[in-house]
Design a protein around this ligand. Structure first.
Ligand SMILES: Nc1nc2c(ncn2[C@@H]2O[C@H](COP(=O)(O)OP(=O)(O)OP(=O)(O)O)[C@@H](O)[C@H]2O)c(=O)[nH]1
Length: 675
């Protein structure tokens, strides 16, 4: 795992208003070498960066892709360092992981762009890199970064070798027909075996061994070679110089003060402050306030385009596109900066770019304010955060027990946890989250229901809307094609685990003499909560997992409720496969018994299908008032304790007369994790 608690010093410094610390301007021609670049950056005042000096031939747009923790962000930092884009950092600080949640969890959640100026053999290059997340939940970030690129650096850990996300990310780049530079990282590790990894790359991806670059991103070994490969192997963008402005919005963030900041890739023309632009998606018109590049902080430029200086004897100016950068144009609403949108100049419409497949939520959960008076604050926090994370879908919802709220769709459970953490950290919101559910479908047989829904096939993202068996001809559950890469000694245990999760084996391939790649068709519901944890724990952390959507299959589904002293716990109502009902009901009751503190009365914890109770646990009552006995004489200590208790109660939810810690439900649902 990456280091938790990475410090924010670098990013803070880059954002500092002190001009000396901020790289602000480039000369028309850079002297060779990174050190010189660095000096020039910091010596200028607040002029805007002029992009005149970078014709399209000198541009390279690329992403860094890899399995989780194989070193993408570390390599990105080293590339920024050796080119003088940033000063030398402490080797464990990661400049491009800007979010607090990324630093705390040591994972990249959001793709980040940075422009690098690099002088190689006397020629100035502008390299636009996008550092992407590795975890499967965030693979959408990878796929939407790729259309802005012509190539990728595929990083593989020299010790771990090819893993499940390496395979998934390779195919994303391969299908997008991008140039792929395989880089074997962490060669400094004692157990590094770059030769073995090279053979895996050749076997699985058909890339000749001699194309691999062996590096240590941490120590900086051979990182310069990677830059050279980028220049040699990745083609410059292909842009028609005669085209009018055509800009692809491939990402967007929301700034409390400046509104929407859209990351754009220019497929034609030029863009500058004052230009009137139109969104192909919303048809709305805007005036551009600022354009620039990310270095990796926002760096305004005169124009975001490439323009050759007077050319030959004709003195004709030739315009090129190809640049990647950002744009601010007074967009304030969540819906205005659609990822995948095309921007063009007012009165110069263009054929919109193909855009992206929108992110497909895999997991849905209800979200409610702890206190209904917080509803509006939570609404505005959700609107802002979903702009920074547009892969979350939001629908208004309400519940008798929890009040007005929303049903949110996430790309996976980690995504849901990260989103929740960001709400708390960046917006100071605390919320009630219900049990995650996958999007089931039902084919209705009841004419009344078909009329009500206006269609026979409905999608169920909320267990409260699960239609009764009598009105349904068939239930369907979503499936995924999972890829597992594991050392061969764990195969037996993994096959048992997969069978236990109702999975069907589709393929098995030795990627070298010690590692195996397995393909299974899983019901999504079986892997969404804790499959990855279970896989990690039975393979001592060595197996990896990735999955992709594989459509729907018929399934025998039922709705199960959990009751506390007869009152349903709405957060824990779930739709499950009939075969799993008893085991899951029993398990949830047992776990809930551990998660709920004992109270002054006995609590019956039950699992029910309709009116039928299928499992029960009893939580015994407290017998004595311990607080009164211990602290009865000392008034200050007693007051302190009562205050702490009152604070604790805010984190509780009351179901009937039973108090339940709000984080109990997620803990309960993570079946294997804390075992
Ligand atoms: N020994 C060694 N460790 C490295 C090297 N490169 C990265 N690491 C370490 O590997 C861990 C993961 O590195 P990251 O750069 O965060 O990996 P990542 O691929 O960006 O991670 P995600 O974005 O979460 O997928 C960190 O602890 C790094 O310090 C290397 O060349 N050698």
């Amino acid at each position: 795992m990456a280091l938790a608690g990475r410090t924010v010093a670098w990013w803070a410094r880059l954002r500092s208003p002190c001009p000396a610390a901020v790289p602000l301007c480039l000369p028309p021609r850079l002297p060779a070498g990174p050190v010189a670049c660095e000096r020039l950056y910091s010596s200028r005042g607040k002029e805007k960066l002029d992009m005149l000096m970078y014709p399209v031939e000198s541009i390279r747009n690329f992403s860094i892709i890899a399995h989780v923790d194989h070193g993408k962000s570390t390599l990105a930092d080293r590339l920024l360092e050796i080119t003088g884009t940033i000063a030398k950092t402490d080797r464990n600080k990661q400049v491009l992981d800007k979010l607090q949640v990324e630093r705390e969890r040591g994972i990249t959640v959001k793709a980040q762009s940075a422009s690098i100026f690099y002088n190689h053999e006397g020629v100035n290059y502008l390299l636009n890199l996008i550092d992407t997340p590795g975890h499967v939940d965030f693979s959408y970030e990878v796929s939407r970064s790729l259309p802005a690129c012509q190539g990728v650096i595929l990083v593989v850990d020299a010790n771990e070798g090819i893993q499940a996300q390496t395979v998934a990310n390779f195919y994303l780049a391969f299908e997008a027909q991008l140039a792929i530079i395989p880089v074997i990282n962490k060669i400094d590790l004692k157990n590094a075996d770059p030769e073995r990894v090279e053979k895996q790359i050749e076997k699985l991806f058909d890339i000749p061994i001699d194309e691999c670059v062996r590096i240590s991103a941490k120590q900086g070994t051979n990182v310069e070679k990677v830059l050279q490969k980028v220049i040699e192997k990745i083609p410059p963008p292909q842009c028609n110089t005669a085209d009018p402005l055509k800009a692809l919005v491939f990402d967007s963030t929301f700034d409390h003060y400046r509104g929407v900041i859209a990351n754009i890739a220019l497929f034609g023309g030029e863009i500058e402050k004052g230009h009137k632009i139109v969104s192909a998606h919303t048809k709305k018109r805007y005036e551009v306030n600022e354009v620039g590049i990310l270095t990796p902080n926002e760096q305004p430029t005169h124009k975001l385009f490439q323009k050759l200086a007077p050319h030959g004897s004709s003195g004709k100016k030739i315009r090129y596109a190809g640049q990647v950068g950002y744009l601010i144009a007074g967009m304030k609403e969540v819906t205005e900066a659609q990822i995948g949108d095309t921007l063009f100049l007012y009165k110069q419409p263009v054929e919109p770019l193909p855009g992206f497949k929108s992110a497909k939520p895999m997991v849905f959960a209800g979200m409610y304010p702890v206190d209904q008076t917080e509803y509006n604050n939570l609404k505005s926090a959700l609107e802002r955060l979903t702009l920074n994370d547009s892969s979350v879908t939001v629908h208004r919802d309400s519940s008798l027990a929890l009040g007005a709220g929303w049903r949110l769709g996430f790309l996976g459970l980690l995504h849901m946890e990260v989103f929740n953490q960001r709400l708390e950290q960046e917006y100071n919101m605390s919320v009630i989250l219900t049990a995650p559910t996958v999007p089931y479908k039902a084919i209705l047989s009841s004419a009344k229901l078909i009329k009500e829904y206006g269609k026979a096939e409905i999608t169920i993202i909320n267990p409260a809307q699960f239609p009764d068996k009598l009105s349904v001809s068939e239930y369907l559950e979503p499936t995924v094609l999972g890829t597992i890469v594991t050392p061969h000694e764990y195969i037996g245990k993994i096959i048992t685990l997969c069978q236990d999760r109702r999975a069907v084996q589709k393929d098995m391939l030795y990627i070298d003499e010690r590692r195996v790649m397995l393909k299974y068709l899983f019901p999504l519901n079986e892997i969404v909560v804790d499959f990855y944890d279970a896989l990690k724990s039975l393979s001592s952390g060595y197996a990896s997992f990735d999955y992709e959507d594989a459509g729907y299959q018929a399934a025998d589904l039922i709705k199960m409720d959990i009751l506390l002293n007869g009152n349903p716990v709405e957060e824990l109502s779930t739709i499950i496969h009939n075969d799993k009902a008893y085991a899951t009901g029993k398990f949830l009751c047992e776990r809930l018994k551990d998660a709920i503190p004992r109270q002054l009365f006995e609590i019956a914890i039950q699992a029910a299908i309709g009116k039928k109770i299928i499992a029960r646990e009893t939580l015994k009552a407290y017998r004595k008032n311990v607080v009164a006995k211990c602290y009865g004489g000392d008034i200050t200590r007693r007051m302190k304790l009562l205050k702490r208790q009152a604070e604790g109660k805010k984190l509780m939810r009351k179901i009937g007369n039973v108090e339940v810690p709000r984080d109990a439900f997620i803990r309960v649902l993570k079946r294997q994790t804390d075992k």
